[in-house]
Design a protein around this ligand. Structure first.
Ligand SMILES: [Zn+2]
Ligand SMILES: [Zn+2]
Length: 243
């Protein structure tokens, strides 16, 4: 059944490509959603910082003062959301429903991880680590048809061998965080997540999300993981958006 669905999907993509040839989101060149040149022009964040307070911090580790309020050890952010191409890629994935864009986002994340040697530095081997996508609420999942963070995580699995584990459930259908103030964001996602059964809490958890603003969503997910006994929790996101 899964194979049939995949074949059907491929066929659908093939037909759509015939009618609407893919165009590069950056330069409109025909061929792919992002050409190699535009991909190479995406700027990766060079300086490590604590993603919760934005102060410099080695290896993206959560700084000492922020560590008092979260169990996340480090958050790695690959790019700045201010880049037009990044905004457009994420937008087209989430609202244009172009699932193939997750493969482009994987390239960006892999480049970032490899340049900084993060998987090695933190011993995130495939036997020890798991990717955990930040979940959507069931209702939003039904509307969109997929969870963009899960697609990105599945792409990363292909490249690294690290398994994807969908163990967090969003139990509160929170409103979108975009127009909320910092304090409202925290309240909005408070206790919005819980864990499904069947998980291995001896694994190092790498939470995957597309965009980080204040970090309140990742913090709440990490809290749910910590309560379930996970002791090593990280975050990996595509882009930092301004508060
Ligand atoms: Zn291009
Ligand atoms: Zn901090």
């Amino acid at each position: 059944m899964k194979n049939f669905k995949n074949e059907l999907k491929k066929f659908k993509e093939f037909v759509l490509d015939l009618i609407f040839p893919k165009e590069c989101i950056g330069c409109a060149k025909e061929g792919d959603y992002l050409c190699q040149q535009c991909l190479s022009q995406i700027e990766l964040i060079k300086e490590f910082y604590c993603a919760l307070c934005k102060k410099p911090s080695p290896w993206g580790k959560i700084c000492e003062s922020c560590a008092a309020e979260t169990k996340i050890a480090a958050i790695w952010v690959a790019t700045d959301y201010n880049q037009k191409v990044i905004q457009e890629l994420i937008h087209q994935l989430k609202y244009g429903y172009i699932e193939e864009i997750s493969a482009i986002l994987r390239e960006i994340l892999l480049k970032y991880l490899n340049l900084n040697n993060i998987l090695t530095e933190f011993s995130l081997e495939k036997t020890k680590a798991i990717f955990i996508p930040v979940p959507l609420h069931k209702k939003r999942l039904l509307l969109r048809g997929f969870n963009q963070s899960e697609l990105i995580a599945l792409q990363l699995k292909e490249a690294t061998g690290i398994e994807v584990s969908n163990i967090i459930e969003r139990i509160k259908n929170t409103q979108t965080q975009i127009n909320l103030k910092r304090s409202e964001r925290q309240q909005n996602v408070k206790e919005a997540f819980c864990l499904k059964s069947n998980f291995d809490n001896t694994k190092k958890a790498i939470l995957i999300d597309d965009v980080i603003t204040t970090g309140s969503t990742l913090k709440e997910c990490a809290q749910a993981l910590y309560q379930a006994g996970f002791t090593e929790i990280y975050g990996l996101v595509i882009a930092q958006r301004e508060d």
